[in-house]
Write a protein that binds this ligand. Structure first.
Ligand code: ADP
Ligand code: MG
Length: 352
């Protein structure tokens, strides 16, 4: 099932708009991550797709046909929310079978059939043998897998997941991520996954939609949104980013008063702008003829596999952050208080 969202607006009574003319296409069979800061409208969008919320204006199409007036049941979506809402007084098997058992009589499978389906789904989410446990007798990760099995029981064509692993610790989340990706590949659903965690979105999804203030800032494959961000917001949101206020002259960027360019080969109009570079795109250099920056290493910290350096640059208010490979040579060459010289291997400039 493919989903088209066209220019959707939604404001809750007396509040600023939660969705501000948001448009998005989800391709059939893909796993799309909705990534954005808290309050950007991710949950509202997911609830509109599910039919739990009505947009003020805009269109919602499922496989090209208007879905706005279809009930939640008719949309055939399965959803899982951040705080696993399992029924505490029901066993795991009863929780998984709930959606089927609650169907109107004409469409309700027989009890043995429901039991068979529950067992099948519990095997799919790798929880065989736990049918008779109650939610309190499960770990957080196990409960979330039960919630997923329950969402899958009604054979949805679309799976909507709202920060489903948000309440779990880092290690469990990482395991569930892999597991969810495998499950998605196995079942072939169209999946929309909400997260505010960049790493989770990049690792898990086919495409990422970056949401900011009720709009989509960029949609693309994980490598695209990370390597070629479309805006300063996306650049900063996808990872650490240095912002350098520069003057552009003939395709070269100069930092305040400097005679040597910081970077060149830019295709932007002359004038003041901000240039962005990720810490791993700032490299140490000894070549003082090409474009580059000189400054003082202020702090050097050890991180797995790399050294994080804060560099003070004359003419720049903030410190430049650089990540350099961990090596004995770098460890000796870059000491706090020593002068260093760097070059930007990759940078971004956005139209203002
Ligand atoms: P996200 O899931 O990205 O954190 P939400 O979609 O939950 O964002 O919220 C978007 C905006 O809409 C926020 O400013 C939030 O406070 C507001 N909002 C969401 N639901 C309601 C509601 N039921 N009533 C009033 N405001 C709401
Ligand atoms: Mg939310």
């Amino acid at each position: 099932m493919d989903i088209q969202v066209h220019d959707i607006r939604k404001a809750f009574d007396g509040h600023a708009a939660a969705l501000n003319g948001l448009s998005l296409s989800v391709t059939s069979g893909e796993l799309l991550a909705l990534l954005g800061p808290s309050g950007s409208g991710k949950t509202t969008l997911l609830r509109i797709i599910a039919g739990l919320e009505t947009p003020d204006s805009g269109r919602l199409l499922f496989n090209g046909t208007d879905a706005a007036h279809r009930s939640v049941q008719e949309r055939n979506v399965g959803f899982v929310f951040q705080h696993y809402a399992l029924f505490r007084h029901m066993t795991v098997a009863q929780n998984v079978g709930f959606g089927l058992a609650a169907r109107p009589r004409a469409r309700r499978p027989s009890r043995p059939e429901i039991r068979r389906r529950s067992e099948e789904l519990l095997a799919l989410v790798q929880l065989q043998g736990l049918e008779h446990r109650y939610p309190t007798q499960l770990s957080g990760g196990q409960r979330q897998r039960v919630a997923l099995a329950r969402a899958l029981a009604v054979e949805p064509t679309v799976l909507l997941l709202d920060e489903p692993f948000g309440a779990l610790d880092a290690k469990v989340r990482k395991d569930l991520r892999r597991w969810l990706r495998d499950l998605h590949d196995h079942t072939g659903h169209t999946t929309v996954f909400v997260t505010h965690d960049q790493e989770e979105a990049l690792e898990l999804s086919d495409r990422v939609a970056i949401i900011n203030a009720g709009r989509v800032e960029q949609v693309g494959r994980p490598s695209e949104v990370y390597l070629t961000p479309a805006s300063a917001f996306v650049c900063g949101f996808m990872g650490a980013c240095n912002g350098l206020p520069v003057q552009v002259r003939d395709g070269a960027a100069f930092l305040n008063g400097a005679t040597r360019p910081v970077a060149d080969g830019l295709r932007v109009a002359d004038g003041p702008t901000v240039m962005y570079a990720r810490p791993h795109d700032v490299a140490l250099t000894t070549d003082d003829t090409g474009p580059g920056l000189c400054g003082i290493a202020e702090a050097v910290r050890v991180a797995p596999g790399l050294l994080r350096v804060d560099m003070a640059v004359p003419g720049l208010d903030t410190r430049l952050e650089l990540d350099i490979p961990m090596s004995d040579a770098h460890w000796t060459a870059v000491r706090p208080g020593q002068p260093i010289q760097v070059r930007l291997t990759h940078c971004h400039v956005f139209p203002s």
